[in-house]
Design a protein around this ligand. Structure first.
Ligand SMILES: Nc1ncnc2c1ncn2[C@@H]1O[C@H](COP(=O)(O)OP(=O)(O)OP(=O)(O)O)[C@@H](O)[C@H]1O
Ligand SMILES: [Mg+2]
Length: 341
Protein backbone atom coordinates (compact mmCIF):
# COMPACT_ATOMS: atom_id res chain seq x y z
CA UNK A 1 0.00 0.00 0.00
CA UNK A 2 1.22 3.50 -0.76
CA UNK A 3 1.50 6.05 2.04
CA UNK A 4 2.75 8.94 -0.04
CA UNK A 5 2.48 9.84 -3.70
CA UNK A 6 4.45 12.54 -5.42
CA UNK A 7 3.29 13.51 -8.90
CA UNK A 8 5.26 15.74 -11.27
CA UNK A 9 6.42 17.90 -8.40
CA UNK A 10 8.31 21.09 -9.21
CA UNK A 11 9.78 23.39 -6.56
CA UNK A 12 12.22 26.09 -7.63
CA UNK A 13 14.19 28.71 -5.68
CA UNK A 14 13.26 31.98 -7.35
CA UNK A 15 16.12 34.42 -6.98
CA UNK A 16 15.99 38.05 -8.01
CA UNK A 17 19.01 39.95 -9.11
CA UNK A 18 19.11 43.28 -10.95
CA UNK A 19 15.34 43.10 -11.44
CA UNK A 20 15.57 39.71 -13.16
CA UNK A 21 14.21 36.42 -11.86
CA UNK A 22 16.39 33.36 -11.94
CA UNK A 23 15.02 29.89 -11.13
CA UNK A 24 17.17 27.31 -9.35
CA UNK A 25 15.38 24.12 -10.43
CA UNK A 26 16.00 22.07 -7.30
CA UNK A 27 12.98 19.72 -7.64
CA UNK A 28 12.17 19.38 -11.28
CA UNK A 29 9.30 17.08 -12.24
CA UNK A 30 9.70 14.43 -9.55
CA UNK A 31 7.23 11.54 -9.38
CA UNK A 32 7.66 8.99 -6.62
CA UNK A 33 5.64 6.70 -4.39
CA UNK A 34 6.50 5.63 -0.87
CA UNK A 35 5.09 2.30 0.27
CA UNK A 36 3.98 1.30 3.73
CA UNK A 37 6.76 -0.15 5.96
CA UNK A 38 9.57 0.36 3.48
CA UNK A 39 12.80 2.28 3.81
CA UNK A 40 13.04 4.36 0.65
CA UNK A 41 16.54 5.72 0.12
CA UNK A 42 17.23 8.90 -1.82
CA UNK A 43 20.78 9.34 -3.08
CA UNK A 44 22.70 11.72 -5.31
CA UNK A 45 25.65 14.08 -5.06
CA UNK A 46 25.68 17.37 -3.17
CA UNK A 47 23.36 20.06 -4.52
CA UNK A 48 21.13 17.74 -6.58
CA UNK A 49 18.00 18.69 -4.61
CA UNK A 50 17.61 15.94 -1.98
CA UNK A 51 16.94 18.25 0.97
CA UNK A 52 14.65 20.47 -1.09
CA UNK A 53 12.65 17.39 -2.12
CA UNK A 54 12.28 16.35 1.53
CA UNK A 55 11.15 19.85 2.58
CA UNK A 56 8.61 19.83 -0.24
CA UNK A 57 7.28 16.43 0.93
CA UNK A 58 6.64 18.07 4.30
CA UNK A 59 4.74 20.85 2.58
CA UNK A 60 7.33 23.24 3.95
CA UNK A 61 7.76 25.45 0.90
CA UNK A 62 8.67 29.02 1.79
CA UNK A 63 10.27 31.82 -0.23
CA UNK A 64 12.60 31.83 -2.00
CA UNK A 65 11.41 28.24 -2.62
CA UNK A 66 8.24 28.22 -4.72
CA UNK A 67 5.83 25.42 -5.67
CA UNK A 68 5.75 25.48 -9.47
CA UNK A 69 3.49 22.48 -10.08
CA UNK A 70 2.60 18.92 -9.18
CA UNK A 71 1.15 17.28 -6.08
CA UNK A 72 2.22 15.61 -2.85
CA UNK A 73 -0.54 13.35 -1.51
CA UNK A 74 -0.51 11.55 1.83
CA UNK A 75 -2.77 8.55 2.21
CA UNK A 76 -3.74 8.48 5.82
CA UNK A 77 -6.59 6.54 7.43
CA UNK A 78 -8.25 6.04 4.07
CA UNK A 79 -8.06 9.77 3.39
CA UNK A 80 -6.05 11.42 0.67
CA UNK A 81 -4.44 14.65 1.78
CA UNK A 82 -2.85 17.05 -0.64
CA UNK A 83 -0.27 18.51 1.73
CA UNK A 84 0.57 21.51 -0.44
CA UNK A 85 -2.98 22.81 -0.30
CA UNK A 86 -3.82 21.78 3.27
CA UNK A 87 -4.54 24.65 5.70
CA UNK A 88 -1.55 25.30 7.95
CA UNK A 89 -3.20 24.01 11.14
CA UNK A 90 -4.21 20.74 9.51
CA UNK A 91 -0.76 20.31 8.06
CA UNK A 92 0.82 20.85 11.47
CA UNK A 93 -1.56 18.36 13.04
CA UNK A 94 -0.59 15.77 10.48
CA UNK A 95 3.07 16.55 11.10
CA UNK A 96 4.86 15.12 14.13
CA UNK A 97 2.17 12.71 15.17
CA UNK A 98 2.10 11.00 11.81
CA UNK A 99 5.11 12.38 9.99
CA UNK A 100 8.35 13.23 11.61
CA UNK A 101 11.39 14.96 10.20
CA UNK A 102 15.05 14.67 11.12
CA UNK A 103 16.55 17.69 9.34
CA UNK A 104 20.02 17.81 7.83
CA UNK A 105 22.54 19.12 10.37
CA UNK A 106 20.25 18.06 13.20
CA UNK A 107 23.22 17.68 15.54
CA UNK A 108 22.56 21.32 16.31
CA UNK A 109 18.75 21.28 16.71
CA UNK A 110 18.83 20.60 20.44
CA UNK A 111 18.61 23.80 22.44
CA UNK A 112 22.07 24.26 24.07
CA UNK A 113 20.75 25.91 27.24
CA UNK A 114 18.05 23.33 28.05
CA UNK A 115 18.43 19.92 29.59
CA UNK A 116 17.42 17.08 27.24
CA UNK A 117 14.54 16.17 29.57
CA UNK A 118 13.05 19.68 29.25
CA UNK A 119 13.26 19.51 25.47
CA UNK A 120 11.37 16.19 25.56
CA UNK A 121 8.83 17.63 27.99
CA UNK A 122 7.99 20.63 25.84
CA UNK A 123 7.93 18.59 22.64
CA UNK A 124 5.72 15.82 23.99
CA UNK A 125 3.65 18.39 25.91
CA UNK A 126 2.86 20.24 22.70
CA UNK A 127 1.20 17.12 21.32
CA UNK A 128 -0.15 15.13 24.25
CA UNK A 129 -1.94 16.47 27.26
CA UNK A 130 0.70 15.48 29.82
CA UNK A 131 0.57 18.52 32.07
CA UNK A 132 -2.05 16.82 34.22
CA UNK A 133 -0.13 13.59 34.34
CA UNK A 134 3.64 13.97 34.85
CA UNK A 135 3.98 10.26 35.70
CA UNK A 136 2.67 9.34 32.30
CA UNK A 137 5.22 11.63 30.68
CA UNK A 138 8.09 10.15 32.73
CA UNK A 139 7.16 6.58 31.91
CA UNK A 140 6.60 7.34 28.21
CA UNK A 141 10.02 8.99 27.83
CA UNK A 142 11.87 6.45 29.96
CA UNK A 143 10.45 3.46 28.16
CA UNK A 144 11.14 5.03 24.77
CA UNK A 145 14.78 5.75 25.67
CA UNK A 146 15.16 2.24 27.06
CA UNK A 147 13.67 0.76 23.90
CA UNK A 148 16.28 2.68 21.92
CA UNK A 149 19.09 1.56 24.22
CA UNK A 150 19.77 5.07 25.51
CA UNK A 151 20.64 5.70 29.16
CA UNK A 152 17.80 7.42 31.02
CA UNK A 153 20.42 9.70 32.62
CA UNK A 154 20.68 11.44 29.27
CA UNK A 155 17.56 13.38 30.26
CA UNK A 156 19.54 15.28 32.90
CA UNK A 157 22.30 16.28 30.49
CA UNK A 158 22.78 19.44 28.44
CA UNK A 159 23.48 18.82 24.73
CA UNK A 160 27.17 19.85 25.00
CA UNK A 161 27.73 17.10 27.57
CA UNK A 162 26.83 14.44 25.00
CA UNK A 163 28.95 13.09 22.16
CA UNK A 164 27.86 13.79 18.58
CA UNK A 165 26.58 10.24 18.19
CA UNK A 166 24.56 10.43 21.40
CA UNK A 167 23.09 13.81 20.43
CA UNK A 168 22.01 12.36 17.10
CA UNK A 169 20.40 9.37 18.86
CA UNK A 170 18.56 11.77 21.16
CA UNK A 171 17.30 13.73 18.13
CA UNK A 172 16.05 10.48 16.61
CA UNK A 173 14.46 9.51 19.93
CA UNK A 174 12.68 12.85 19.98
CA UNK A 175 11.52 12.45 16.38
CA UNK A 176 10.09 8.99 17.05
CA UNK A 177 8.60 9.22 20.53
CA UNK A 178 5.10 9.78 19.17
CA UNK A 179 5.50 6.74 16.91
CA UNK A 180 5.07 8.56 13.60
CA UNK A 181 3.92 6.52 10.65
CA UNK A 182 6.43 8.17 8.36
CA UNK A 183 9.94 9.37 9.20
CA UNK A 184 11.76 11.67 6.80
CA UNK A 185 15.47 11.62 7.71
CA UNK A 186 17.94 13.93 5.94
CA UNK A 187 21.56 12.72 6.18
CA UNK A 188 21.05 11.61 9.80
CA UNK A 189 24.50 10.11 10.15
CA UNK A 190 26.67 12.13 7.81
CA UNK A 191 28.57 14.24 10.36
CA UNK A 192 29.50 11.20 12.43
CA UNK A 193 32.46 8.85 12.27
CA UNK A 194 31.91 5.45 10.71
CA UNK A 195 31.44 3.40 13.89
CA UNK A 196 28.98 5.87 15.42
CA UNK A 197 27.27 6.15 12.04
CA UNK A 198 26.64 2.43 12.07
CA UNK A 199 24.99 2.74 15.49
CA UNK A 200 22.67 5.51 14.32
CA UNK A 201 21.63 3.57 11.21
CA UNK A 202 21.05 0.45 13.31
CA UNK A 203 18.92 2.54 15.66
CA UNK A 204 16.71 3.70 12.79
CA UNK A 205 16.41 0.12 11.60
CA UNK A 206 15.43 -1.08 15.07
CA UNK A 207 12.80 1.65 15.32
CA UNK A 208 11.40 0.62 11.97
CA UNK A 209 11.24 -3.04 12.99
CA UNK A 210 9.58 -2.19 16.27
CA UNK A 211 7.19 0.60 15.25
CA UNK A 212 6.56 -0.61 11.66
CA UNK A 213 6.87 2.87 10.28
CA UNK A 214 7.96 3.96 6.85
CA UNK A 215 11.26 5.78 6.43
CA UNK A 216 12.44 8.07 3.65
CA UNK A 217 16.18 8.16 4.12
CA UNK A 218 18.28 10.78 2.36
CA UNK A 219 22.01 10.24 2.15
CA UNK A 220 24.62 10.63 -0.57
CA UNK A 221 26.37 7.57 0.93
CA UNK A 222 25.52 4.47 -1.13
CA UNK A 223 27.09 2.20 1.50
CA UNK A 224 24.44 3.35 3.99
CA UNK A 225 21.70 2.65 1.45
CA UNK A 226 23.11 -0.86 1.04
CA UNK A 227 22.65 -1.28 4.81
CA UNK A 228 19.24 0.19 5.39
CA UNK A 229 17.22 0.95 2.25
CA UNK A 230 14.72 -1.43 0.63
CA UNK A 231 14.45 0.68 -2.50
CA UNK A 232 16.67 3.46 -3.75
CA UNK A 233 15.87 6.50 -5.89
CA UNK A 234 18.83 8.28 -7.46
CA UNK A 235 18.56 12.04 -7.99
CA UNK A 236 20.53 14.05 -10.49
CA UNK A 237 20.05 17.78 -11.11
CA UNK A 238 16.60 17.92 -9.49
CA UNK A 239 15.20 14.77 -11.10
CA UNK A 240 14.92 11.11 -10.20
CA UNK A 241 16.99 9.34 -12.83
CA UNK A 242 16.75 5.76 -11.56
CA UNK A 243 14.72 3.86 -9.01
CA UNK A 244 14.89 0.17 -8.05
CA UNK A 245 15.01 -2.28 -5.14
CA UNK A 246 18.38 -1.96 -3.40
CA UNK A 247 19.76 -5.37 -4.46
CA UNK A 248 18.82 -4.63 -8.03
CA UNK A 249 20.36 -1.16 -8.12
CA UNK A 250 23.67 -2.55 -6.87
CA UNK A 251 23.57 -5.61 -9.12
CA UNK A 252 22.32 -3.95 -12.27
CA UNK A 253 22.58 -0.15 -12.24
CA UNK A 254 21.34 1.04 -15.63
CA UNK A 255 21.90 4.79 -15.65
CA UNK A 256 25.55 5.73 -16.32
CA UNK A 257 25.39 8.13 -13.35
CA UNK A 258 24.23 5.34 -11.02
CA UNK A 259 26.99 3.15 -12.45
CA UNK A 260 29.53 5.81 -11.44
CA UNK A 261 28.01 6.16 -7.96
CA UNK A 262 28.23 2.42 -7.38
CA UNK A 263 31.52 1.99 -9.20
CA UNK A 264 33.14 4.58 -6.95
CA UNK A 265 32.58 2.44 -3.84
CA UNK A 266 35.78 0.73 -2.66
CA UNK A 267 36.17 -3.05 -3.02
CA UNK A 268 38.35 -5.16 -0.77
CA UNK A 269 41.66 -6.05 -2.37
CA UNK A 270 41.36 -3.44 -5.12
CA UNK A 271 43.97 -0.74 -4.47
CA UNK A 272 43.31 1.35 -7.58
CA UNK A 273 41.27 4.53 -7.39
CA UNK A 274 37.68 3.90 -8.35
CA UNK A 275 36.26 5.89 -11.23
CA UNK A 276 34.00 8.79 -10.42
CA UNK A 277 31.88 10.67 -12.93
CA UNK A 278 34.02 13.08 -14.98
CA UNK A 279 33.24 16.79 -14.73
CA UNK A 280 30.87 18.47 -12.30
CA UNK A 281 27.08 18.61 -12.00
CA UNK A 282 25.37 21.42 -13.93
CA UNK A 283 24.12 24.61 -12.33
CA UNK A 284 20.43 24.14 -11.48
CA UNK A 285 19.87 27.71 -12.65
CA UNK A 286 21.29 26.95 -16.08
CA UNK A 287 20.58 23.36 -17.07
CA UNK A 288 21.92 21.98 -20.35
CA UNK A 289 19.28 21.05 -22.96
CA UNK A 290 18.15 17.41 -23.09
CA UNK A 291 19.36 15.00 -20.43
CA UNK A 292 21.13 17.02 -17.70
CA UNK A 293 23.77 14.28 -17.43
CA UNK A 294 24.73 14.28 -21.11
CA UNK A 295 27.81 16.56 -20.76
CA UNK A 296 29.31 13.98 -18.35
CA UNK A 297 28.00 10.87 -20.03
CA UNK A 298 30.41 8.59 -21.91
CA UNK A 299 27.59 7.19 -24.09
CA UNK A 300 25.68 10.37 -24.99
CA UNK A 301 24.09 10.41 -28.44
CA UNK A 302 22.35 13.22 -30.28
CA UNK A 303 18.89 12.49 -28.80
CA UNK A 304 20.40 12.94 -25.29
CA UNK A 305 21.40 16.51 -26.18
CA UNK A 306 17.90 17.35 -27.44
CA UNK A 307 15.29 15.57 -25.34
CA UNK A 308 14.75 14.91 -21.66
CA UNK A 309 14.35 11.16 -21.04
CA UNK A 310 11.37 10.19 -18.89
CA UNK A 311 11.53 7.63 -16.11
CA UNK A 312 10.39 4.39 -17.72
CA UNK A 313 10.10 0.77 -16.69
CA UNK A 314 13.27 -1.26 -17.29
CA UNK A 315 12.62 -4.41 -15.28
CA UNK A 316 10.49 -5.42 -12.33
CA UNK A 317 10.08 -2.39 -10.05
CA UNK A 318 13.03 -0.78 -11.84
CA UNK A 319 12.75 2.57 -13.62
CA UNK A 320 15.40 4.52 -15.43
CA UNK A 321 15.49 7.86 -17.24
CA UNK A 322 18.05 7.19 -19.96
CA UNK A 323 17.38 6.71 -23.68
CA UNK A 324 20.28 4.33 -24.10
CA UNK A 325 19.91 2.25 -20.92
CA UNK A 326 16.20 1.82 -21.56
CA UNK A 327 16.95 0.70 -25.12
CA UNK A 328 19.70 -1.71 -24.04
CA UNK A 329 17.49 -3.26 -21.39
CA UNK A 330 14.25 -3.18 -23.35
CA UNK A 331 14.03 -6.96 -23.92
CA UNK A 332 14.60 -7.87 -20.29
CA UNK A 333 12.41 -4.97 -19.18
CA UNK A 334 9.38 -5.90 -21.23
CA UNK A 335 9.52 -9.60 -20.36
CA UNK A 336 9.96 -8.90 -16.64
CA UNK A 337 7.25 -6.27 -16.70
CA UNK A 338 4.87 -8.77 -18.28
CA UNK A 339 5.93 -11.36 -15.74
CA UNK A 340 5.04 -9.07 -12.87
CA UNK A 341 1.48 -8.44 -14.01
N1 LIG B 1 17.60 28.81 0.40
C1 LIG B 1 18.10 28.64 -0.82
N2 LIG B 1 18.11 29.64 -1.72
C2 LIG B 1 18.57 29.44 -2.97
N3 LIG B 1 19.07 28.28 -3.44
C3 LIG B 1 19.08 27.26 -2.60
C4 LIG B 1 18.62 27.36 -1.24
N4 LIG B 1 18.76 26.16 -0.63
C5 LIG B 1 19.30 25.34 -1.57
N5 LIG B 1 19.50 25.99 -2.73
C6 LIG B 1 20.05 25.43 -3.99
O1 LIG B 1 19.19 24.37 -4.41
C7 LIG B 1 19.94 23.28 -4.92
C8 LIG B 1 19.57 22.01 -4.20
O2 LIG B 1 19.96 22.13 -2.84
P1 LIG B 1 19.67 20.98 -1.76
O3 LIG B 1 20.11 21.51 -0.45
O4 LIG B 1 18.27 20.53 -1.91
O5 LIG B 1 20.67 19.84 -2.28
P2 LIG B 1 21.13 18.49 -1.55
O6 LIG B 1 21.05 17.41 -2.58
O7 LIG B 1 20.38 18.30 -0.29
O8 LIG B 1 22.67 18.79 -1.23
P3 LIG B 1 23.58 18.25 -0.01
O9 LIG B 1 23.94 16.82 -0.35
O10 LIG B 1 24.78 19.14 -0.06
O11 LIG B 1 22.81 18.37 1.26
C9 LIG B 1 21.41 23.68 -4.78
O12 LIG B 1 21.83 24.18 -6.02
C10 LIG B 1 21.40 24.76 -3.74
O13 LIG B 1 22.44 25.69 -3.96
MG1 LIG C 1 20.92 18.18 1.69
Amino acid sequence: MDVLRVEKLKAFYIMESAGEERAVKAVNDVSLTVRENEVLGIAGESGCGKSTLLKSLLGSIRPPLRHMGGRVTYLHRDREMDILSLPKEERQKLMWQHISYVPQGSLSVLNPVRRIGDTFRSFVGAHLDIQKDPDRFESLVRSHLQDLGLPVDTLKAYPHQLSGGMRQRVTIALATILKPRLILADEPSTALDVVVQRGVIQLLRDIQTEQHNTIVMVTHDMAIHANISDRVAIMYAGRIIEEAPVERIFAKPLHPYTQYLIGSLPRIGDKSYRLSAPGTPPSLADLPPGCAFHPRCPNAESICRREIPSLSLAGRDHRVACFLAAKEDADVGSSEALGSQ
